[in-house]
Ligand binder design. Structure first.
Ligand code: PGA
Length: 249
């Protein structure tokens, strides 16, 4: 499988800017390698206009269809816009919007029901990394997710991406050392291998990825791709990243 780049543009860009971003990508041959996450109000328009690009929601509701939930949008709505991916449980949602583990799991269930690939974010805080309990923490975050995936009907068909994003690395310019990454991804991979769905799961790293570190991080064992925040705001940077990754294949 080719390495994956997920561009998480967060709450940035006007519709016109997002449109220009996509126009820049249309003559490139990076199919199946790039997933772009713009704000949801732009998505139906962009997904309809740029059929060769893959788009991703940054969140979905815990409610899965229609109803009196002002301000929410459901997995059903996202799917009906032609969007086949959603980031779930990003640390910004967990921390700024009080998203609990239960809510994250419900959102994963909602995605899987409609064949939306959830990009499920996990990762420890600096405090947990420093006090040495990060392995237990990752175990605790991952087990219920594995449970949900394992009890899904048609589990042989599900497609899930797990994004390991240590909170201390997001937007800070800090990345884990190579040995920290190797250790953590080996841990995640071995926990998943014990489950019935391991073969359908891709693992990506996220947190301060840039043009200087992407190649080294992508080359590490058990890492199938990267989730890029700040650096993805420049479309030319994303194109350069895709070219670097292509050389690495
Ligand atoms: P960053 O963000 O690349 O700016 O650290 C990553 C993310 O939030 O997914």
């Amino acid at each position: 499988m080719k390495p994956l780049i997920i561009a998480n543009c967060k709450m940035n860009f006007s519709l016109k800017e997002a449109d220009e971003y996509c126009i820049n990508l249309t003559d490139k041959k990076f199919k199946n390698q790039l997933i772009i996450s713009f704000p949801v109000p732009y998505m139906a328009y962009l997904a309809d206009k740029f059929k060769t690009l893959a788009f991703c929601a940054q969140n979905i509701s815990i409610f899965d269809s229609f109803g009196a939930y002002t301000g929410e949008y459901s997995s059903l709505m996202v799917k009906s816009c032609g969007i086949n991916y959603s980031i779930i449980g990003h640390s910004e949602r967990r921390n700024l919007f009080d998203e609990s583990e239960e809510m994250v799991l419900q959102k994963v269930i909602n995605c899987l029901k409609l064949s939306i690939t959830p990009i499920i974010c996990i990762g420890e805080s600096l405090k947990i990394r420093q006090n040495g309990t990060y392995k237990e923490f990752i175990n605790k975050q991952l087990y219920p997710i594995i449970d949900v995936m394992s009890s899904t009907r048609n589990k042989e068909k599900i497609d899930v991406i797990i994004a390991y994003e240590p909170i201390w690395s997001i937007g800070t310019g800090l990345t884990p050392s190579v040995s920290e990454l190797v250790e953590t991804f080996a841990l995640i991979s071995s926990l998943l291998k014990q489950s019935a769905v391991a073969f359908n799961i891709r693992l990506v790293y996220g947190g301060s990825i840039d043009l200087d570190n992407i190649k080294q991080i992508m080359a590490l064992e058990n890492i199938d791709g990267v989730l890029v925040g700040k650096a993805s705001l420049n479309c030319d940077t994303v194109i350069k990243m895709l070219e670097l990754v292509e050389e690495h294949v």
